[in-house]
Design a protein around this ligand. Sequence first.
Ligand SMILES: *[C@@H]1O[C@H](CO)[C@@H](O)[C@H](O)[C@H]1NC(C)=O
Ligand SMILES: *[C@@H]1O[C@H](CO)[C@@H](O)[C@H](O)[C@H]1NC(C)=O
Ligand SMILES: *[C@@H]1O[C@H](CO)[C@@H](O)[C@H](O)[C@H]1NC(C)=O
Ligand SMILES: *[C@@H]1O[C@H](CO)[C@@H](O)[C@H](O)[C@H]1NC(C)=O
Ligand SMILES: *[C@@H]1O[C@H](CO)[C@@H](O)[C@H](O)[C@H]1NC(C)=O
Ligand SMILES: *[C@@H]1O[C@H](CO)[C@@H](O)[C@H](O)[C@H]1NC(C)=O
Ligand SMILES: *[C@@H]1O[C@H](CO)[C@@H](O)[C@H](O)[C@H]1NC(C)=O
Ligand SMILES: *[C@@H]1O[C@H](CO)[C@@H](O)[C@H](O)[C@H]1NC(C)=O
Length: 420
Amino acid sequence: MLPLTCLLLLLGRAAPAAGEYGLEITNNSPITTGAQATVHASLSVKNDSVTSDLYHFNWIYAPLILIQKSEQQFNSVIKVTGEFPGTFPVSVWVTHRNCWLCQPVARNVTMLQITEFVTGNLTIAQIEDSRLTTRGSSSSAGAVTRISFCLHDPSHFFKAASFVYNWDFGDGVYQITKEPFVYYNGSSAGNRTVHLKVIAEWEQMGSVLHERETVQKTGDFTTALELSDAVRSVNVVGSRETHVMENLSLSLHINGTPPLALCWLIKAECIPLDGEKCHLVVVNGSCYNLSHTFSYAGQYCLSVRVENGATVLQTYHPIRVRPAGIHPGLFVLLCIAAVSVVLGLVLYTTFRSATQQKDLVEVADFDFSPLSDRNLSPHSESGCGQICCRSCFLQSSQEAARESHELLLAFYKPVKTYTV
Ligand SMILES: *[C@@H]1O[C@H](CO)[C@@H](O)[C@H](O)[C@H]1NC(C)=O
Ligand SMILES: *[C@@H]1O[C@H](CO)[C@@H](O)[C@H](O)[C@H]1NC(C)=O
Ligand SMILES: *[C@@H]1O[C@H](CO)[C@@H](O)[C@H](O)[C@H]1NC(C)=O
Ligand SMILES: *[C@@H]1O[C@H](CO)[C@@H](O)[C@H](O)[C@H]1NC(C)=O
Ligand SMILES: *[C@@H]1O[C@H](CO)[C@@H](O)[C@H](O)[C@H]1NC(C)=O
Ligand SMILES: *[C@@H]1O[C@H](CO)[C@@H](O)[C@H](O)[C@H]1NC(C)=O
Ligand SMILES: *[C@@H]1O[C@H](CO)[C@@H](O)[C@H](O)[C@H]1NC(C)=O
Ligand SMILES: *[C@@H]1O[C@H](CO)[C@@H](O)[C@H](O)[C@H]1NC(C)=O
């Protein structure tokens, strides 16, 4: 009776089409010898009308040793272990539960890797460390790299083990840690290869002598580390003072690996250029020249933000814009020059009067002129001094007043025209 049912079933199903079922098989290898691997098989039925059927999962895992097996309607999980390293196929096929002789509806195979070493992964993360300096001409930013080892031990085989990690950074730097991670502070940019030797050690009862024995497993890991250079410093070279309508040229010297994204902005205040609108330029070298002409006097700030792949650096350069006109220093020079000219005149007239006094005997009629000259010269001297000093004083006080006025103006009208 049973074979007939089976035959009927077979005929009824007429050899299931390959596309009707899917059987996915996965495993969590590689594992270390002695540890357990989990193999998971999952049947998917594409035709909804046959989902009520029951299925049976058949496994082939030899020479691995079965630890555990479980089965649900469309899933089956087995846990296996192996004493020897190698790559082992584990296959599964699914049949209808009530028809052992029927053709399997689906089959699949997975390769399980067993190694005598510790298994795991090395991961690299570059930690950004950008410090912002306010009003400084330069600052340094370093990128610290975190290299971590992630143990792959799904069956907690190493739960009693203690680990030692030997790191070799490929640049002559070695480090031994108890933690599975290190912070690597690369001094120079470039590519290097990081080697890690993991040593796991634990005690267990010996299988032969039933004595405590120490077991050791090791693992060697290698990863490529690409260190991008951080922007180390930004220096603004140029005057901190200029005049209205004067062409101020500034040089930005950047210590960092190009290409660098540089963004600059001149405003009344120093601004951290974070998403702010600024003049973005890509700098290929280590120097960028900018020139700017100010239309209004006042206090300004050049904000610069430099960025390369790894780091962001910000710097500020205060600029004082004086009103157009004669520089106070120049004015003092002019005053001195004027005084010298006047003194020269005085000396000249004194000399001339002396010679004229000689002529006095001959020409007594022109007696007044030297007197009037003498009267005039001290007057003119003090007069010029007064004028000079007063105008010096006047000039500077006027300038101060104008500046404070224009500083206010600048405060309300901070945006200026830029010329690169
Ligand atoms: C076998 O399993 C793999 C991994 O899950 C899957 O990608 C593949 O489609 C499966 N093959 C069949 C015929 O179901
Ligand atoms: C699903 O299976 C039924 C009977 O087994 C069949 O009649 C139907 O055509 C199938 N549907 C699809 C989409 O294959
Ligand atoms: C290592 O990491 C990659 C990606 O993070 C992952 O795909 C792979 O399975 C990991 N290998 C192990 C042994 O953990
Ligand atoms: C990295 O090294 C630089 C100099 O080589 C040092 O100034 C800096 O403090 C170091 N950073 C860390 C996190 O060790
Ligand atoms: C580092 O490696 C990357 C990719 O492997 C490559 O693009 C880059 O040029 C290398 N840098 C150096 C300094 O060798
Ligand atoms: C300012 O000077 C620089 C060179 O010093 C020049 O390239 C630029 O064109 C000048 N700008 C103006 C507006 O004169
Ligand atoms: C910077 O270099 C890139 C490619 O190396 C080039 O396309 C670009 O024109 C250069 N820019 C300048 C300003 O030199
Ligand atoms: C910037 O200006 C300096 C002198 O003012 C000059 O030597 C240098 O070549 C300039 N650099 C660029 C990139 O124009």
